[in-house]
Write a protein that binds this ligand. Sequence first.
Ligand SMILES: [Zn+2]
Length: 329
Amino acid sequence: MRIVFDIGGTSFRYAKYVDGEMVAGAKEPTPNYLQGHAPEEINQLLLEGIGQAIGSDLSRITEVGICYAGPVSGQGRILGSPTIHGIKLEHPFDLRAAVQSLAGIRDVWVINDLSAAAYRYIDDYRSFELITVSTSVGNKIVIDGQLQLGSDGLEGELGHQPACLPSPFEGLITVECTCGTGTNHIGAISSGRGIAEVAQQLCSASLKESYLCSPFKGRDSFTTEEITAAAAHGDEFSQSVLDICTYPLAYALCLTLTSLYLEKVILIGGVVLNSPSYFDSLMSNIMKIGVYNYSAKHLKDKITLGFNDDDSGLIGMNRFLEKQQHSPK
Ligand SMILES: [Zn+2]
């Protein structure tokens, strides 16, 4: 039996695989710094959660796979995440070794959650980029079936590069990034959080005219869902907000596609999967920016939406473990 965990910024989930069949376990809130826990306490609570999930199946479980919503070194040490620990850990936590000694199981693997999600697609495309757009933005690249990560696990953090904004709006927007290292990162602007923030900052400034003609007139706070829905219904203010917010991600994507061959770019995450207007705006910006040598058809064929469910971490982690079984140790 195999057990896989998806330790996300919001939820702690697990599933057991019995004869290849997934049996989902309970979903709990992930312990995090917002609940007042110190980093060491969070590590201990995560370990306790893992121990409880293994529970009475300890003697039957032969492999443990854990994916975590933050950077992970090649040795399975977690480095801290903005959503769980709230900081970069001073000393990386060796989650792999801790679970090995807790459960007495040698085959324990710990990887980043988006890396796990990429494994869900690894048999479908040889070279691809997986991008998630939710409260932030993250990415992972697979080339010739190999996830492109160094041993320190520092890559795949596109969301924390400075955003390239459309020129009329440069200097007019300031959104703090959750990573705490700066403002106007791609993940701060091209994310769900970014859409709500940018709408708020521009409704009384450069987008005032269209705002006063929008259904939001008289309000100064918005949700991402409201803006994406209003854009889908033709609201000019909401469409402008979306076009500003998707621009930095579109720009970064065009740079990537100019630089290397990717069979597909797969977009996942609640914001892009549940808002067709976000995807349309992103595609429209990509077409405007363009990729040298690529036709519009090339771009449309390459960029696609992934599975619209919450299971990529668990399913991908299981696929990762299957791959380890078949690779020489
Ligand atoms: Zn950042």
